[in-house]
Design a protein around this ligand. Structure first.
Ligand code: UDP
Ligand code: MG
Length: 333
Protein backbone atom coordinates (compact mmCIF):
# COMPACT_ATOMS: atom_id res chain seq x y z
CA UNK A 1 0.00 0.00 0.00
CA UNK A 2 0.95 3.61 -0.55
CA UNK A 3 2.66 5.31 2.34
CA UNK A 4 0.27 7.76 3.95
CA UNK A 5 1.24 11.31 4.77
CA UNK A 6 -0.40 13.35 7.50
CA UNK A 7 -1.14 16.27 5.21
CA UNK A 8 -4.45 16.14 3.35
CA UNK A 9 -3.86 15.32 -0.35
CA UNK A 10 -4.26 17.85 -3.16
CA UNK A 11 -7.04 16.88 -5.53
CA UNK A 12 -7.22 17.91 -9.19
CA UNK A 13 -10.62 17.45 -10.81
CA UNK A 14 -10.07 17.20 -14.57
CA UNK A 15 -12.84 18.00 -17.02
CA UNK A 16 -12.28 17.53 -20.76
CA UNK A 17 -14.71 19.79 -22.58
CA UNK A 18 -15.68 19.80 -26.22
CA UNK A 19 -18.59 22.10 -27.09
CA UNK A 20 -19.92 22.04 -23.54
CA UNK A 21 -20.95 25.71 -23.22
CA UNK A 22 -24.43 24.73 -22.05
CA UNK A 23 -23.58 22.37 -19.19
CA UNK A 24 -20.19 23.56 -18.01
CA UNK A 25 -21.24 26.17 -15.44
CA UNK A 26 -23.70 23.79 -13.82
CA UNK A 27 -21.00 21.10 -13.62
CA UNK A 28 -18.42 23.43 -12.12
CA UNK A 29 -20.89 24.79 -9.54
CA UNK A 30 -21.75 21.26 -8.44
CA UNK A 31 -18.08 20.25 -8.26
CA UNK A 32 -17.35 23.40 -6.26
CA UNK A 33 -19.94 22.32 -3.66
CA UNK A 34 -18.41 18.88 -3.41
CA UNK A 35 -14.95 20.33 -3.11
CA UNK A 36 -16.11 22.61 -0.28
CA UNK A 37 -17.58 19.64 1.53
CA UNK A 38 -14.33 17.72 1.21
CA UNK A 39 -12.38 20.74 2.42
CA UNK A 40 -14.68 21.12 5.42
CA UNK A 41 -13.90 17.52 6.39
CA UNK A 42 -10.16 18.05 5.85
CA UNK A 43 -10.28 15.25 3.29
CA UNK A 44 -8.39 17.30 0.67
CA UNK A 45 -5.85 20.10 0.77
CA UNK A 46 -6.66 23.80 0.37
CA UNK A 47 -4.82 24.00 -2.94
CA UNK A 48 -7.07 21.44 -4.63
CA UNK A 49 -8.48 22.66 -7.93
CA UNK A 50 -10.62 22.06 -10.98
CA UNK A 51 -8.80 21.90 -14.33
CA UNK A 52 -10.90 22.31 -17.46
CA UNK A 53 -9.32 21.29 -20.76
CA UNK A 54 -10.93 22.89 -23.79
CA UNK A 55 -10.48 20.33 -26.54
CA UNK A 56 -10.76 22.73 -29.45
CA UNK A 57 -14.42 23.57 -28.90
CA UNK A 58 -16.22 25.35 -31.72
CA UNK A 59 -18.77 27.00 -29.44
CA UNK A 60 -18.27 29.42 -26.54
CA UNK A 61 -16.84 26.81 -24.15
CA UNK A 62 -13.50 28.58 -23.74
CA UNK A 63 -15.19 31.92 -23.07
CA UNK A 64 -17.31 30.27 -20.37
CA UNK A 65 -14.16 28.70 -18.92
CA UNK A 66 -12.37 32.05 -18.76
CA UNK A 67 -15.28 33.77 -17.11
CA UNK A 68 -15.50 30.94 -14.56
CA UNK A 69 -11.80 31.32 -13.89
CA UNK A 70 -12.07 35.06 -13.38
CA UNK A 71 -14.68 34.61 -10.67
CA UNK A 72 -13.39 31.46 -8.95
CA UNK A 73 -9.87 31.14 -7.63
CA UNK A 74 -9.57 27.36 -7.76
CA UNK A 75 -10.23 26.93 -11.47
CA UNK A 76 -7.45 26.34 -13.96
CA UNK A 77 -7.87 26.21 -17.68
CA UNK A 78 -5.99 24.81 -20.62
CA UNK A 79 -6.96 25.36 -24.23
CA UNK A 80 -5.72 22.85 -26.79
CA UNK A 81 -4.85 24.18 -30.22
CA UNK A 82 -7.58 22.08 -31.91
CA UNK A 83 -9.85 19.12 -31.27
CA UNK A 84 -7.62 16.18 -30.33
CA UNK A 85 -10.35 13.88 -29.00
CA UNK A 86 -11.56 12.90 -25.56
CA UNK A 87 -8.66 10.53 -24.72
CA UNK A 88 -5.95 13.00 -25.70
CA UNK A 89 -7.71 15.80 -23.83
CA UNK A 90 -7.67 13.60 -20.72
CA UNK A 91 -3.94 12.98 -21.16
CA UNK A 92 -3.38 16.72 -21.52
CA UNK A 93 -5.25 17.30 -18.26
CA UNK A 94 -3.32 14.58 -16.44
CA UNK A 95 0.02 15.80 -17.70
CA UNK A 96 -0.74 19.38 -16.77
CA UNK A 97 -1.81 18.53 -13.24
CA UNK A 98 0.42 15.65 -12.18
CA UNK A 99 3.15 17.84 -10.74
CA UNK A 100 0.78 19.94 -8.65
CA UNK A 101 -1.57 17.28 -7.29
CA UNK A 102 -1.50 14.10 -5.19
CA UNK A 103 -4.52 12.58 -6.88
CA UNK A 104 -6.64 13.32 -9.93
CA UNK A 105 -10.24 12.56 -10.79
CA UNK A 106 -11.29 12.70 -14.43
CA UNK A 107 -14.96 13.11 -15.32
CA UNK A 108 -17.31 14.32 -18.05
CA UNK A 109 -18.07 18.03 -18.19
CA UNK A 110 -21.83 17.47 -18.34
CA UNK A 111 -22.85 15.99 -14.97
CA UNK A 112 -23.37 12.54 -16.47
CA UNK A 113 -20.75 11.22 -14.13
CA UNK A 114 -22.52 11.77 -10.83
CA UNK A 115 -20.09 13.84 -8.74
CA UNK A 116 -21.76 12.76 -5.51
CA UNK A 117 -19.52 9.71 -5.34
CA UNK A 118 -16.33 11.78 -5.41
CA UNK A 119 -16.23 11.78 -1.62
CA UNK A 120 -16.38 8.00 -1.57
CA UNK A 121 -13.59 7.86 -4.14
CA UNK A 122 -11.40 10.14 -2.04
CA UNK A 123 -12.09 7.97 1.01
CA UNK A 124 -10.86 4.93 -0.93
CA UNK A 125 -7.72 6.86 -1.90
CA UNK A 126 -7.09 7.70 1.72
CA UNK A 127 -7.45 4.02 2.57
CA UNK A 128 -4.50 3.39 0.26
CA UNK A 129 -6.00 2.67 -3.16
CA UNK A 130 -4.15 4.17 -6.11
CA UNK A 131 -6.89 3.74 -8.68
CA UNK A 132 -10.62 3.99 -8.02
CA UNK A 133 -12.90 3.15 -10.95
CA UNK A 134 -16.40 4.60 -10.94
CA UNK A 135 -18.67 1.87 -12.29
CA UNK A 136 -22.20 2.56 -13.44
CA UNK A 137 -24.81 0.44 -11.75
CA UNK A 138 -27.59 1.31 -14.21
CA UNK A 139 -28.03 1.62 -17.91
CA UNK A 140 -31.71 2.60 -17.95
CA UNK A 141 -30.90 5.94 -19.50
CA UNK A 142 -29.22 4.28 -22.45
CA UNK A 143 -30.98 3.22 -25.60
CA UNK A 144 -31.61 -0.51 -26.12
CA UNK A 145 -28.89 -0.47 -28.75
CA UNK A 146 -26.26 1.28 -26.65
CA UNK A 147 -26.91 -1.00 -23.68
CA UNK A 148 -26.67 -4.22 -25.67
CA UNK A 149 -23.80 -3.16 -27.87
CA UNK A 150 -21.83 -2.15 -24.76
CA UNK A 151 -22.49 -5.53 -23.16
CA UNK A 152 -21.46 -7.38 -26.34
CA UNK A 153 -18.32 -5.26 -26.53
CA UNK A 154 -17.24 -6.09 -22.97
CA UNK A 155 -17.78 -9.82 -23.59
CA UNK A 156 -15.96 -9.74 -26.92
CA UNK A 157 -13.07 -7.72 -25.49
CA UNK A 158 -12.73 -10.11 -22.53
CA UNK A 159 -12.67 -13.06 -24.93
CA UNK A 160 -9.87 -11.39 -26.88
CA UNK A 161 -7.93 -10.90 -23.69
CA UNK A 162 -8.41 -7.14 -23.30
CA UNK A 163 -8.58 -6.38 -19.61
CA UNK A 164 -11.41 -3.91 -18.95
CA UNK A 165 -13.51 -2.93 -15.96
CA UNK A 166 -17.10 -3.48 -17.19
CA UNK A 167 -19.35 -0.42 -17.18
CA UNK A 168 -16.50 1.90 -16.34
CA UNK A 169 -15.70 4.73 -18.72
CA UNK A 170 -13.22 7.46 -17.88
CA UNK A 171 -14.59 8.55 -14.52
CA UNK A 172 -11.77 7.50 -12.22
CA UNK A 173 -9.45 8.57 -9.48
CA UNK A 174 -5.71 8.05 -9.83
CA UNK A 175 -2.91 8.67 -7.38
CA UNK A 176 0.12 10.66 -8.44
CA UNK A 177 2.25 7.57 -9.00
CA UNK A 178 -0.52 5.94 -11.07
CA UNK A 179 -0.75 9.03 -13.26
CA UNK A 180 3.03 9.10 -13.63
CA UNK A 181 2.96 5.45 -14.69
CA UNK A 182 0.25 6.18 -17.25
CA UNK A 183 2.11 9.20 -18.61
CA UNK A 184 5.22 7.10 -19.08
CA UNK A 185 3.42 4.85 -21.60
CA UNK A 186 4.65 6.06 -24.97
CA UNK A 187 1.75 4.94 -27.13
CA UNK A 188 -0.25 7.20 -29.45
CA UNK A 189 -3.38 5.07 -29.84
CA UNK A 190 -5.04 5.80 -26.54
CA UNK A 191 -7.64 3.60 -24.92
CA UNK A 192 -7.27 4.68 -21.34
CA UNK A 193 -9.76 2.28 -19.83
CA UNK A 194 -7.57 -0.65 -20.92
CA UNK A 195 -4.25 1.11 -20.25
CA UNK A 196 -5.02 2.04 -16.66
CA UNK A 197 -5.69 -1.51 -15.33
CA UNK A 198 -2.22 -2.47 -16.63
CA UNK A 199 -0.55 -0.01 -14.32
CA UNK A 200 -1.19 -2.25 -11.33
CA UNK A 201 -1.07 -0.83 -7.76
CA UNK A 202 -4.05 -1.32 -5.43
CA UNK A 203 -7.26 -0.76 -7.38
CA UNK A 204 -10.93 -0.76 -6.45
CA UNK A 205 -14.34 0.30 -7.74
CA UNK A 206 -17.25 2.38 -6.49
CA UNK A 207 -20.74 2.22 -7.99
CA UNK A 208 -22.81 5.14 -9.19
CA UNK A 209 -26.04 5.80 -10.98
CA UNK A 210 -25.24 7.48 -14.26
CA UNK A 211 -27.49 10.41 -15.08
CA UNK A 212 -28.62 11.75 -18.38
CA UNK A 213 -26.63 14.44 -20.13
CA UNK A 214 -27.69 17.76 -18.59
CA UNK A 215 -27.07 19.80 -21.73
CA UNK A 216 -25.76 19.50 -25.25
CA UNK A 217 -25.49 16.25 -27.12
CA UNK A 218 -23.25 13.20 -26.93
CA UNK A 219 -19.88 13.67 -28.61
CA UNK A 220 -19.80 9.96 -29.28
CA UNK A 221 -22.10 9.15 -32.19
CA UNK A 222 -22.27 5.54 -33.40
CA UNK A 223 -19.46 5.98 -35.91
CA UNK A 224 -17.04 7.33 -33.29
CA UNK A 225 -18.13 4.64 -30.81
CA UNK A 226 -17.40 1.86 -33.29
CA UNK A 227 -14.03 3.32 -34.20
CA UNK A 228 -13.25 3.59 -30.47
CA UNK A 229 -14.17 -0.08 -29.92
CA UNK A 230 -12.03 -1.31 -32.84
CA UNK A 231 -9.20 0.89 -31.66
CA UNK A 232 -9.48 -0.47 -28.14
CA UNK A 233 -9.32 -4.06 -29.27
CA UNK A 234 -6.56 -3.72 -31.83
CA UNK A 235 -4.43 -1.73 -29.38
CA UNK A 236 -4.59 -4.43 -26.74
CA UNK A 237 -5.01 -7.79 -28.44
CA UNK A 238 -3.18 -9.63 -31.20
CA UNK A 239 -5.75 -12.40 -31.07
CA UNK A 240 -7.47 -11.27 -34.32
CA UNK A 241 -4.14 -11.84 -36.09
CA UNK A 242 -3.79 -15.30 -34.56
CA UNK A 243 -7.39 -16.15 -35.43
CA UNK A 244 -6.58 -15.47 -39.07
CA UNK A 245 -4.10 -18.30 -39.02
CA UNK A 246 -6.71 -20.79 -37.71
CA UNK A 247 -9.27 -19.48 -40.15
CA UNK A 248 -6.74 -20.08 -42.91
CA UNK A 249 -6.32 -23.71 -41.76
CA UNK A 250 -10.10 -24.29 -41.74
CA UNK A 251 -10.53 -22.75 -45.18
CA UNK A 252 -7.65 -24.83 -46.54
CA UNK A 253 -9.33 -28.02 -45.28
CA UNK A 254 -12.58 -26.98 -46.96
CA UNK A 255 -10.61 -26.35 -50.13
CA UNK A 256 -9.13 -29.88 -49.82
CA UNK A 257 -12.63 -31.40 -49.77
CA UNK A 258 -13.62 -29.18 -52.66
CA UNK A 259 -10.67 -30.36 -54.74
CA UNK A 260 -11.50 -34.02 -54.12
CA UNK A 261 -15.12 -33.39 -55.02
CA UNK A 262 -14.19 -31.61 -58.25
CA UNK A 263 -11.79 -34.36 -59.29
CA UNK A 264 -14.43 -37.01 -58.65
CA UNK A 265 -16.94 -35.01 -60.70
CA UNK A 266 -14.45 -34.79 -63.54
CA UNK A 267 -13.69 -38.53 -63.35
CA UNK A 268 -17.35 -39.46 -63.62
CA UNK A 269 -17.65 -37.13 -66.58
CA UNK A 270 -19.77 -34.22 -65.34
CA UNK A 271 -17.42 -31.21 -65.13
CA UNK A 272 -20.06 -28.49 -65.47
CA UNK A 273 -21.69 -29.56 -62.20
CA UNK A 274 -18.89 -27.66 -60.41
CA UNK A 275 -20.14 -24.21 -61.39
CA UNK A 276 -21.91 -23.38 -58.12
CA UNK A 277 -19.09 -24.58 -55.93
CA UNK A 278 -16.68 -22.55 -58.07
CA UNK A 279 -18.67 -19.37 -57.63
CA UNK A 280 -19.02 -19.95 -53.89
CA UNK A 281 -15.31 -20.61 -53.53
CA UNK A 282 -14.31 -17.47 -55.39
CA UNK A 283 -16.55 -15.19 -53.39
CA UNK A 284 -15.91 -16.85 -50.06
CA UNK A 285 -12.15 -16.88 -50.44
CA UNK A 286 -12.16 -13.36 -51.89
CA UNK A 287 -14.14 -12.11 -48.93
CA UNK A 288 -11.96 -13.87 -46.40
CA UNK A 289 -8.83 -12.59 -48.09
CA UNK A 290 -10.05 -9.03 -47.90
CA UNK A 291 -11.05 -9.41 -44.25
CA UNK A 292 -7.64 -10.82 -43.47
CA UNK A 293 -5.91 -7.97 -45.26
CA UNK A 294 -8.16 -5.56 -43.40
CA UNK A 295 -7.17 -6.95 -40.02
CA UNK A 296 -3.48 -6.94 -40.90
CA UNK A 297 -3.88 -3.45 -42.30
CA UNK A 298 -5.40 -2.22 -39.04
CA UNK A 299 -2.38 -3.40 -37.09
CA UNK A 300 0.09 -2.07 -39.63
CA UNK A 301 -1.72 1.26 -39.45
CA UNK A 302 -1.11 1.26 -35.71
CA UNK A 303 2.58 0.47 -36.14
CA UNK A 304 2.69 3.40 -38.55
CA UNK A 305 1.17 5.87 -36.10
CA UNK A 306 3.13 4.55 -33.13
CA UNK A 307 6.48 4.83 -34.89
CA UNK A 308 5.79 8.44 -35.79
CA UNK A 309 5.39 9.10 -32.06
CA UNK A 310 3.72 12.44 -32.64
CA UNK A 311 2.77 14.58 -29.66
CA UNK A 312 -0.69 13.78 -28.29
CA UNK A 313 -1.76 17.42 -28.10
CA UNK A 314 -0.57 21.02 -28.33
CA UNK A 315 -1.59 23.68 -25.86
CA UNK A 316 -2.63 27.01 -27.25
CA UNK A 317 -3.28 28.88 -24.03
CA UNK A 318 -2.90 28.19 -20.37
CA UNK A 319 -3.81 30.38 -17.42
CA UNK A 320 -2.86 28.57 -14.30
CA UNK A 321 -0.89 30.15 -11.53
CA UNK A 322 1.25 27.43 -9.99
CA UNK A 323 0.37 24.76 -12.52
CA UNK A 324 3.43 25.14 -14.69
CA UNK A 325 5.80 22.88 -12.85
CA UNK A 326 6.31 20.35 -15.60
CA UNK A 327 6.33 16.63 -15.05
CA UNK A 328 9.49 15.00 -16.31
CA UNK A 329 10.41 11.33 -16.41
CA UNK A 330 13.11 11.99 -13.84
CA UNK A 331 10.44 12.87 -11.31
CA UNK A 332 8.63 9.66 -12.07
CA UNK A 333 11.52 7.45 -11.03
N1 UDP B 1 -14.89 15.35 -25.22
C1 UDP B 1 -13.67 15.92 -25.57
N2 UDP B 1 -13.24 15.83 -26.88
C2 UDP B 1 -13.96 15.19 -27.84
C3 UDP B 1 -15.18 14.56 -27.46
C4 UDP B 1 -15.60 14.65 -26.14
O1 UDP B 1 -13.00 16.52 -24.73
O2 UDP B 1 -13.52 15.16 -28.99
C5 UDP B 1 -15.35 15.44 -23.83
C6 UDP B 1 -16.80 15.86 -23.67
O3 UDP B 1 -16.90 17.27 -23.63
C7 UDP B 1 -17.18 15.19 -22.36
C8 UDP B 1 -16.36 13.91 -22.39
O4 UDP B 1 -15.28 14.15 -23.29
O5 UDP B 1 -16.81 15.98 -21.25
C9 UDP B 1 -17.16 12.69 -22.82
O6 UDP B 1 -17.89 12.96 -24.00
P1 UDP B 1 -19.47 12.74 -24.07
O7 UDP B 1 -20.08 13.06 -22.74
O8 UDP B 1 -20.01 13.46 -25.23
O9 UDP B 1 -19.55 11.18 -24.33
P2 UDP B 1 -20.71 10.20 -23.82
O10 UDP B 1 -20.74 10.36 -22.34
O11 UDP B 1 -21.95 10.67 -24.47
O12 UDP B 1 -20.23 8.84 -24.27
MG1 MG C 1 -20.65 11.99 -21.23
Amino acid sequence: MRTQTQKAPTLALILPAYNEEEGLIQTVVKLGQIKDRLLAHDAIAEDSYILIVDDGSKDETYKVMKSLQSTTADIKTVKLSRNFGHQNALMAGLQESVASSDMTITLDANLQDNPDIIEEMVTKYRKGFDIVYAVRSNRENDTWFKKNSAEAFYKFAAWLGVELVPNHADFRLMSKRAVQALLSMPERNLFLRAMVPRIGYPQTTVEYVRGVRKAGESKYPLKKMLAFAVDGITSFSVKPLQLLFYLGLVISSVAGIEITYTLVQKAIGDPTAGWSSLMISIWLLGGLNLTAFGIIGTYIGKIFTETKARPLFYIEEEKNPGLNRRFTMKQAQ
